[in-house]
Design a protein around this ligand. Sequence first.
Ligand code: URP
Ligand code: ZN
Ligand code: ZN
Ligand code: ZN
Length: 466
Amino acid sequence: MSRTVIRGGLVITATEELHADVLIEGERVAALAARGTEAAASWRADHTIDATGRYVVPGGVDAHTHLDFPFGGTFSADTFETGTRAAAWGGTTTVVDFAVQSRGRSLREGLDAWHAKAEGQCAVDYAFHMILAEVNEGTLKEMDALVAEGVTSFKLFMAYPGVFYSDDGQILRAMQRAAGNGGLIMMHAENGIAIDVLVEQALAAGRTDPRYHGEVRRALLEAEATHRAVQLARVAEAPLYVVHVSAREAVAELARARDLGLPVFGETCPQYLFLTVDDLARPGFEGAKYVCSTPLRPADHQDDLWRALRTGDLQVVSTDHCPFCFAGQKELGRGDFSRIPNGLPGIEHRMDLLHQAVLDGRISRRRWIELACAAPARMFGLAGRKGTLAPGADADVVVYDPGARQTLSARTHHMNVDHSVYEGREVTGQAETVLSRGRTVLDRRTWTGRAGHGRYLPRATCQHLD
Ligand code: URP
Ligand code: ZN
Ligand code: ZN
Ligand code: ZN
């Protein structure tokens, strides 16, 4: 079994910071020992990584990605190969992607198709949530089997009528099923029926530019759906996880639910923390790059999101990585914003943007690791293996240079997409060396990983909700 020691760094987990050396045996973390102690000095290793002046942090866990995802008449531009490689470049070593049920087909067929897409392609470990496109007797029964084999979370949509939309009765049934089998319902909370009326009216009035995507998907309609989802979960006595929260009014709904002691959780994404509705209004159809749902909001929503990330009313930052190239994909919506494929690229830069937030005084270093690594691992049944550095955990480790300056750009990123929504933005901090289950996949900014190293992770049910 190979032994690696990472010496001289500042180890940061969600719960502590300590100057410690880390011993890795094979695929696992074997021990941590305070620097200079006899224990640390006695370790013999085949390979030593010098982390002097660096942070040593758990690999990131991105609990919301869409690789090779069919949407808006096209497929997201990153495959499992390119997307997981870009993730690793950015210090993320676990992705939980959304397998999709096609209408008229079983969950099993959808899940099998996603296994086939991912198998042998991934640079880092991966798991699946399941998107329910249809809630009926058959799919409700199938949920039990999926939970038992490690697909323990299910996304439902209150948006996208005619595509992924479920009505309140279907949502209630799925929540009741999840309450019984230990699954977690993840909700896309926007009132899609009302939004479609506003879309139709906007287009009829000649409002076809990307910025109208932000106008019709009103914050109030995110808040209304969030409120409704909370009440349905309450009736079903099921926990609820609301994905890609962007509106301050939706945050308020989650905070109110949590103040009542309800098991209600939420994530936001870097795009809602760093980009705004002004980006949607960029001239020359540039705004199409910024079309995602929920939409980007006015800048004053960001303070509420940051506050919720500090107080715990929001628990997770994931990317909702769903890249579409400007050429040929985003362009499908020229003259009709409702035809622009929804989604932004982001899998590579989540750790760095959140580190920048540490430098900006928005969150602490430990909160950075909690939001990006530890909380998503606990929430999605990967606690103990992912999201932390402790004996027995998978040796997914990032040697992070907190002083490295970088300019985010499509010219240098590793995502398979022709633009960056952060083009030209300067951030400080960068993953320098990345290990996935003990294997170095990025060595001082040189790629050493390979497609197929990443393994499928069956997940436990949600282990630690708080
Ligand atoms: O715009 C987005 N978020 N695209 C991905 C699909 C979804 O709703 O998460
Ligand atoms: Zn969604
Ligand atoms: Zn998504
Ligand atoms: Zn707890």
